[in-house]
Design a protein around this ligand. Structure first.
Ligand code: NAP
Length: 506
């Protein structure tokens, strides 16, 4: 197996005006491992290398390892080998490793935030928020590691006892998307480590650098070789297919699109793998006429513009009571129109580039479709010329029912607004989608709030707030947004099996 010592970096051009200097960027990139992490060693990929791009410039940032099928199998070998001793490691020690990693991430938040902005594009302040959010999963699950318990009870007929214990599922494959490069990883890795599972992690090829740093930090925090193995590749299916069909793998946890999730479920049926599926969304944001409209606009900005609209939880459709729809749309347009668009490293930038040209074209065609069917752009409606994949924050009013963007996940800074006549119409419109991840509701009427919350077909609801994500809460969806929960008390259950022992006392 080939091994290299220090990673190489291509010189990067300086961009002006910048708040972060080119040498600061280079220094951050120099700290990132570029190889595969297998069995506690950093090794080259047998397929060579692949480039990671800066979406604000379209330029390559670094080259990282491209894994072969053989590399992937070696990663699973390492996870399988480390499995028994890791499962037997005292929970307190597993928790302490997570706790040390949490503290290291917090201490290195500035470096990690800049790295995330370079690979993903979001403004530095948002990257910092994700670093904090992502690190919190490690703290939360460091605390949960010592709370794995079972039950002992008397059988109903009094004869015998029922003993129930929890055990780690075993080797897991964890596949993550590009939109939250760290947090989508820590909310799988944290509970898997806490539960005593070993794993192979496959981050998105567009944003692998934050996860490579996480692997390095866990290594420095004392995670034993083979517990976490990380592989990066230019073809996801090439390396994940053979792992999913390997009978030694016990679980697949996937965050990404519904389309890919479906394919993976099909593959996973061969070995009947335990599955967690965190898939796409199409979140409705409902504003009733009794709501505090200014608060609803502020909540809408968070629900829509966090992560440049590239979040599974992003508000995809705004359903607003007819008497206040125009006022809401105009206020939202004013706020979104004043947001500064640019490279995430620049001072004051609130909206970075989209991840790539394909994503930007998809956003543009959804907007064009809505406008061609009668929607009015109150602000935005255009891609930006020049380098990078920028799209202007856009508010669309009078969006017709047949506009495609009401049905599909936009994944960009576009807010379509539609008016509704009454509560029943609002709930029916909100539920008129195959997705069911999250919904947002703004109203000051507590009875209406609870009625509507109960009627919404989603795994999560933001009630008078534009963000639901919280490491202590169960994150996840229903319908075609998937199943399984990440975070909260439920998060660790995804990595535990229940064993029941029938005890004969006679
Ligand atoms: P994606 O295309 O489904 O990719 C997600 C991950 O799966 C990446 O690591 C990707 O690798 C890998 N992948 C793609 N095709 C694969 C295949 N045939 N076999 C095995 N792995 C494969 O999704 P994305 O564009 O990165 O992420 C955006 C989607 O994620 C959105 O739909 C969003 O709603 C969803 N998401 C959901 C949640 C949630 O918690 N519900 C959270 C965040 C994002 P490559 O990078 O190599 O293609």
């Amino acid at each position: 197996m080939r091994r290299s010592s220090r990673p190489r970096c291509a010189p990067r051009r300086s961009l002006s005006p910048v708040s972060v200097t080119a040498s600061q960027e280079q220094s951050v990139l120099d700290q990132v491992p570029r190889q595969l992490y297998i069995g506690g060693e950093w090794v080259d990929g047998r397929e060579g290398t692949l480039a990671v791009e800066d979406p604000a410039t379209g330029e390559a940032l670094v080259q990282i390892a491209d894994a072969s099928v053989e590399d992937a199998k070696r990663a699973l070998d390492a996870a399988v080998e480390a499995g028994p001793s890791w499962a037997n490691r005292p929970p307190r020690e597993r928790g302490e490793i997570l706790r040390r990693a949490f503290e290291t991430i917090v201490a290195r938040a500035d470096m990690l935030a800049l790295l995330m902005t370079l690979e993903m594009g979001k403004p530095i302040a948002e990257s910092k928020a994700e670093i904090t959010y992502g690190a919190e999963f490690l703290r939360w699950f460091s605390e949960q590691a010592v709370r794995i318990d079972g039950r002992y009870s008397v059988a109903p007929n009094g004869q015998g006892r029922l003993l129930t214990m929890k055990q780690p599922v075993g080797p897991c494959l964890l596949i993550t998307p590009w939109n939250f490069p760290l947090a989508m990883g820590t909310r799988k890795v944290g509970p898997a480590i806490a539960a005593g599972c070993t794993m192979v992690v496959k981050p998105a090829q567009q944003t692998p650098l934050s996860m490579l740093m996480l692997a390095r930090i866990l290594e420095e925090s004392g995670l034993p070789p083979g517990v976490l193995n990380l592989i990066t590749a230019s073809s996801a299916s090439r390396i994940t297919g053979p792992l999913i069909s390997d009978p030694r793998l016990r679980k697949l946890s996937f965050t990404g699109s519904t389309e890919v999730g479906r394919k993976l479920m099909e593959q996973a049926s061969e070995q009947l793998l335990r599955l967690s599926m965190e898939l796409g969304g199409n979140a409705p944001f409902i504003v009733f006429d009794d709501a505090d409209i200014d608060a609803a606009v502020e909540g809408a900005l968070i629900a829509k513009m966090r992560n440049i609209g590239e979040a599974c939880t992003a508000a995809n459709r705004f359903h607003v009571a007819a008497p206040v729809a125009q006022q809401f749309a105009e206020k939202l347009a004013e706020r979104m129109g004043s947001m500064k668009v640019g490279r995430g490293t620049e001072d004051g930038v609130e909206v970075g580039p989209l991840i790539d040209a394909t994503q930007r074209s998809k956003v543009a065609s959804l907007v064009d479709d809505a406008v061609s069917k009668g929607a009015r752009a109150l602000v935005g409606g255009h891609a930006r010329d020049g380098a990078g994949y920028f799209y202007d924050p856009t508010v669309l009013a009078d969006v017709p029912e047949d506009a495609t963007l009401l049905k599909e996940e936009i994944f960009g800074p576009v807010a379509p607004v539609r008016a509704f006549a009454d509560e029943d119409e609002a709930v029916a419109a909100a539920n008129d989608t195959e997705f069911g991840l999250v919904a947002y509701v703004y109203t000051r009427d507590i009875q209406r709030a609870l009625r509507v919350v109960e009627g919404l077909e989603t795994g999560m609801v933001g009630l008078n707030q534009g963000m639901v994500s919280n490491p202590a809460a169960p994150f996840g969806g229903i319908k075609q947004s998937g199943f399984g929960r990440e975070g909260g008390y439920e998060g660790i259950e995804e990595y535990l099996e229940t064993k029941y022992v029938a005890v004969n006392l006679s």
